[in-house]
Write a protein that binds this ligand. Sequence first.
Ligand code: SF4
Length: 311
Amino acid sequence: MHKTREQVGELFRRLHADPGALDSVEAMVGSARRQLRQKFMCADVGISGANFLIADTGAVCTVTNEGNAELTTTPPRVHIVTAGIEKLVPSLAHAMTLLRLLGRSATGAELTQYTTFHCGPRRPGDADGSKAFHIVLVDNGRTRTLADGLAEMLCLRCGACLNCCVVYRQIGGDAYGGAYPGPMGAVLTPVLEGLAESQDLPRACTLNGQCQEVCPVKIPLPTLLRGWRDRAWREGLEPAVSRAGLGAWRFFALRPRLYRLATRLALPMMRLFARQGWIASMPLAGGWTRYRDFPAPARRSFMDQIKRTRR
Ligand code: SF4
């Protein structure tokens, strides 16, 4: 998704059978389809995930927009499902409610294009289906998630929180580094990879609360992100400069007069480093200015401007 047509064409040229016309999307898709279909049809084993595991019937529900789950699971002799334990729902009625929420929140559709209930191996008389059917329940840190007080993070992976996130819309999915991007990724990645390795993710958030507003299962994402920040602070994971800076800010913020005086002194000093409205480098701000310029502060603080307006 993040590559141009030309970059995809180059990948085809290097790693795939020559589709004939590298600048034609149709030719590339047609070539991929011819090559991959054959592999799907000859596979002995198909491995799929699951969107829901339905406890009362033992059925497994997969949801895709392209039919890739059906292509993976129907032709092979063996179908293996690997799914996280949080995918388990009590009954078909619960699954149907969540299916409707999923489609609407993900794409606005009533139901996702391919919604299939796999109910075990092929029975006598069935036209197709696997001969053997296995389900592997995956924990991989999920029990630890419960112990960490993140039980509310029962996410449908609908992606609604990504679409409305101001940070995700600017930096895209790759920047998150883990399997899950956006607000839900910023909550889940520290569980899976450890907070010390991914502590930047919970901080890359404006806490505007839009993600919680749109989440169909009402996951309190801003609260969970604040929880990670709090924990990073308590465990001393923040860089020393950030800790010192926040400590200084706290000292002044608790003394409003001193805070106003410090602001009055700091603003002209910051403007000394500004050129044409932007600060390209400034002591103690290298972590920011190494990657982007910082806007020069206004001549008067917000409080001063309010006072003048009132007068
Ligand atoms: S956190 Fe909510 S909105 Fe985001 S993907 Fe999960 S279910 Fe969807």
